[in-house]
Design a protein around this ligand. Structure first.
Ligand SMILES: [Zn+2]
Length: 610
């Protein structure tokens, strides 16, 4: 790099670096499309250069340096923005989103809803956006009843339950079936019940339903010689104090009861609408690249929007590991695609999640002595028994086909087993730059940290999980194991590459918003958003804001094999930038949370901000 190297402390004291003149003369003198000037530009290059200005042409960065020198790139058509000291970073690069689920979740959810007024407002909002006849699904109420958002485990709130009568008129043209976060309860409106042949006003509605699975109609007993299984049993219809059915139901049969009435998938039109809505959310938070685990239709929609010039985030798209053969047959290898949509890193799962106590541990959960969590299907046979080498086979084959592998592991045993597999991959397929992505790496056993660095693991972690999961972590795995939970400092110190993202929109038990500032805050404070506990949860695992920003930009680009074109503000890279109201390097934790995005720039185009 032809760049004057300054220690950050000096750079921060108003000394700015700029490219030596010799380097500038080598560049084309063509005028830039856009110049950002008088800012505080934190480049996240190899020396964390702090400078003032960026010039952009044809979607790429053509100059990084002082405001004065940027004038050379100014022509008649150049738009110049005076940043007045605002803070510029490479666009945030989220290592893990489930875009399609997020798009659906954003359309309608009541996960954090605590009052009937909020519920009614949410329902009105979604009804206004959906054509008549479209189903309203999802909901996930109650996830924050027992462990309130922002609490470290102490506070409980009044349980919320949606009042279906309050939205009866609003939803008269929209069948609606919503669920509690843990599927312990469901609620339907009248059009949804009518769609399966139930009259919600029928006073004879049984407390325990016995309904036909095909038509959903209540059996009359005359067809009692049907084979077992064709009838749904154990659906309990709940009643209000006056004995009237209130739309709420319990039981394992509820979803099957409605299965035939609910469309198997959303219409293309609805998905495009959801996508556009979700893209707007992403732009709002300065995210310019996401690593996505959606279905193929989502990929199709991305391509359609890209063609129409409406895609405002770059996508690293990750199909399932079980599809390695098909993906390989299509000629896809690491790096396939372009800077907008790149395909490749396959995603597998080996265990469950903390939210439902299904993450796999060596020792039982502290609050459930018979539970050690579960293995996912690719690890077991049809009966659920662990099959030695089954998952490893997928990894070996996909790796042989030149594909990148990323695997979800949450519990300490899951992470341990995966590291064993990675060693086996090195042994059988040889050591190479495969950037194996250990997805979540949530709880690591003490002896495994050193292996992370030795094996060159990319730890694909989501720091805000820490702020949210703190609600229940110690109750579930105890203090000792919690030392290895979200242990970002130890992961980094091991020599592993730490990269950040969100897991947007979260699980059925937790919402993980797309906002990167929540993640930066969590990584540097190890506190909940309300500042609990004082000093941070295992504060020795806090990392610096510089390291956190790098994890959210350059390191995710590295994880995606894209660090040559993305991840830092350097000449020749794509012009993906975010402008923030505050210098994060000097912000207090509270100020990090209060920081706002001024501009989001993708490929040199301002996609958020004026
Ligand atoms: Zn995920």
């Amino acid at each position: 790099m032809l760049k004057r190297i300054l220690p950050l402390a000096i750079a921060a004291a108003f000394t700015f670096t700029s490219l030596p003149l010799g380097a500038q003369e080598l560049m084309s003198p063509d005028p830039a499309d856009l110049i950002l000037r008088n800012g505080l530009v934190y480049t996240v290059d190899s020396t964390n250069t702090l400078t003032e200005a960026v010039a952009i042409r044809g979607g790429k960065i053509v100059f990084v340096g002082s405001s004065k020198d940027s004038k050379r790139f100014q022509g008649k058509q150049t738009r110049v923005i005076d940043l007045k000291g605002q803070f510029v970073l490479p666009g945030f690069n989220d290592n893990h989103v489930h875009f399609a689920s997020a798009a659906q979740f954003l359309e309608f959810n009541i996960m954090r809803t605590a009052t009937q007024q909020e519920f009614i407002a949410r329902v009105k909002d979604v009804v206004a956006r959906l054509p008549k006849g479209e189903w309203i699904l999802g909901g996930y109420w109650g996830a924050y009843d027992q462990w309130a958002s922002g609490s470290a485990g102490g506070s409980r709130r009044e349980p919320f339950s949606p009042d279906m009568r309050a939205i009866e008129v609003t939803t008269k043209d929209h069948p609606m079936l919503i669920r509690k976060f843990d599927d312990s309860e469901f609620a339907a409106n009248a059009p949804a019940l009518r769609a399966i042949g139930i009259d919600p006003a029928d006073p004879k509605l049984p407390a325990k339903g016995k309904l036909d699975a095909e038509t959903g109609r209540r059996g009359d007993g005359a067809r009692g010689n049907e084979p077992a299984g064709s009838r749904i049993e154990g659906v309990e219809f709940l009643r209000d104090a006056g004995g009237r059915f209130n739309g709420h139901m319990r039981g394992r049969g509820v979803m099957s009861l409605f299965a035939s009435a609910i469309p198997k998938q959303f219409s293309r039109e609805r998905r495009v609408g959801q996508t556009k809505n979700a893209l707007a959310e992403i732009r709002r938070y300065g995210v310019t690249n996401v690593s996505d685990m959606s279905d193929d239709e989502q990929l199709d929609i991305y391509r359609e929007l890209l063609k129409a010039g409406e895609l405002t985030v770059r996508v690293h798209f990750r199909p399932g590991l079980d599809r390695w053969q098909e993906i390989s047959d299509r000629g896809i290898k690491i790096g396939s695609g372009d800077d907008w949509i790149r395909l490749g890193a396959l995603k597998g799962h080996i265990d469950g999640i903390m939210g439902t106590s299904t993450a796999r541990f060596f020792q039982p959960y502290s609050n459930a002595p018979s539970n050690r969590g579960r293995w996912r299907p690719l690890m077991v046979d049809e009966k659920g028994n662990f099959v030695e080498g089954k998952f490893l086979r997928y990894m070996l084959d996909a790796d042989n086909a030149g594909l990148q592998i990323s695997v979800h592991a949450i519990g300490d045993e899951a992470n341990n087993v995966l590291l064993n597999y990675l060693e086996e991959l090195n042994r059988q397929n040889g050591v190479r730059d495969r950037r194996f992505r250990l997805v979540h790496a949530q709880v690591i056993a003490p002896d495994d940290f050193k292996r992370l660095g030795k094996l060159g693991v990319v730890a694909e972690v989501q720091p805000y999980h820490l702020s949210d999961d703190m609600r229940w972590m110690e109750e579930r795995i105890g203090r000792e194991r919690s030392k290895g939970a979200y242990a970002f400092k130890s992961i980094k110190d091991s020599g592993a590459i730490l990269c950040f993202g969100t897991d947007w929109p979260g699980t059925s038990a937790s919402e993980y918003p797309i906002n990167p500032l929540l993640g930066l805050y969590a990584a540097v404070t190890r506190q909940t958003v309300s500042g609990e506990p004082a000093g941070g949860w295992f504060p020795e695992q806090r990392i610096s804001i510089e390291d956190a920003i790098r994890a959210y930009t350059y390191n995710t680009a590295y994880a995606n094999f894209e660090e040559k074109s993305k991840g830092s503000i350097e000449v020749h890279k794509v012009a993906d930038l975010v402008v923030l109201t505050r210098n994060l390097l000097q912000a207090s934790p509270r100020e990090i949370l209060d920081t706002k995005v001024v501009y989001t720039i993708v490929g040199g185009k301002i996609v958020y901000g004026q």
